[in-house]
Write a protein that binds this ligand. Structure first.
Ligand SMILES: [Zn+2]
Length: 299
């Protein structure tokens, strides 16, 4: 698959009835970060993001399929899908450096990539910063963090140093989502419970993770020592449920083969909808519980 072919899949959402399609922001090299919205703009909003890591571009294709599948469903609230947060990194993985038109940048990236011009395992953005450790959430405290440009795990020179990171923050602060889902590869795992949540919030998020797991049968893991990721940032700054979902069976090498897409889609086609409904059920239950607890409010 080429980058143009992948991007054409995302752009195919732009003329679908029931889908609002727009550019949420831009990458370091100025590529659009496309976003599709379905449902209502009133009520709880979900943000779903994919391909923040270059080699995990299968998650972009998953999100495209989710939009097409979920757009005709009935639900309260709305969902924003950002299939490819890191278009520069994805293009590097799929097309290599051929169209960079900048010999110095090409040489630099090849050097960072252990002198190889095969970038198929690249996770970072075009600055060799790993976007999912660049967010201002216990930045630089992760066990795998590195402090020098790399194909993966480089936190950047300072928190939120990257344009893609800042675009995500700006957009998320504007939308104020009820919850977020971040799709990565691989391992069939749902991570929940990022740093900074209260006991009550952890119980809430576990319930939502359990609902999502009923469909995809993935293992639920309480996150330990995660730092600098989008889910970390959402938890720490907004306190709303944030989940990182690792799609694709562990037995496959990265990137996950495209022939796994249909299986991954079948496992996750309702994920955002299940999470939203589970969240709304918890809100309703809490409201009823509080009425019983505080009957004088019920006048
Ligand atoms: Zn990832």
């Amino acid at each position: 698959m080429t980058f143009d072919e992948l991007q054409a899949e995302i752009l195919s959402l732009s003329d679908l009835p029931g889908v609002d399609f727009f550019t949420m922001g831009y990458s370091t090299l100025g590529k659009p970060i496309y976003t599709a919205h379905i449902g209502s703009y009133d009520g709880n909003q979900v943000i779903v993001e994919g391909a923040i890591h270059g080699r995990e571009y299968i998650s972009a294709l998953l999100l495209v399929k989710q939009v097409k599948y979920l757009k005709d469903k009935t639900f309260r609230g709305g969902m924003y899908f950002i299939p490819m947060v890191n278009p520069d990194g994805v293009k590097l993985v799929l097309d290599g450096t051929t169209e960079l038109s900048c010999k110095i940048l090409e040489d630099y990236l090849t050097m960072v990539n252990n002198k190889s011009n095969n970038f198929y395992r690249w996770k970072a953005n075009i600055n060799a910063v790993d976007l999912n450790v660049n967010f201002d959430a216990d930045w630089g405290g992760g066990a795998l963090n590195v402090f020098c440009p790399s194909s993966e795990n480089f936190v950047g020179y300072y928190p939120n140093s990257e344009r893609e990171t800042r675009e995500m923050i700006k957009f998320t602060e504007k939308i104020k989502p009820a919850l977020t889902l971040s799709y990565h590869t691989k391992g069939d795992v749902i991570y929940y419970g990022f740093t900074g949540l209260t006991e009550e919030q952890l119980i809430r998020d576990l319930k939502i993770a359990e609902a999502v797991s009923e469909e995809n049968r993935y293992t639920i893991i309480k996150t330990e020592n995660s730092t600098g990721g989008y889910s970390d940032w959402v938890s720490r700054h907004l306190g709303v449920p944030a989940f990182t979902i690792e799609v694709g069976n562990e037995k496959y090498d990265s990137p996950i083969p495209i022939n796994q897409l249909q299986i991954i889609f079948e496992q996750n086609k309702n994920g955002p909808l299940i999470a939203l409904r589970a969240y709304q059920n918890i809100l309703t239950t809490n409201r009823v519980f509080n009425l019983f607890k505080n009957p004088f409010l019920c006048k």
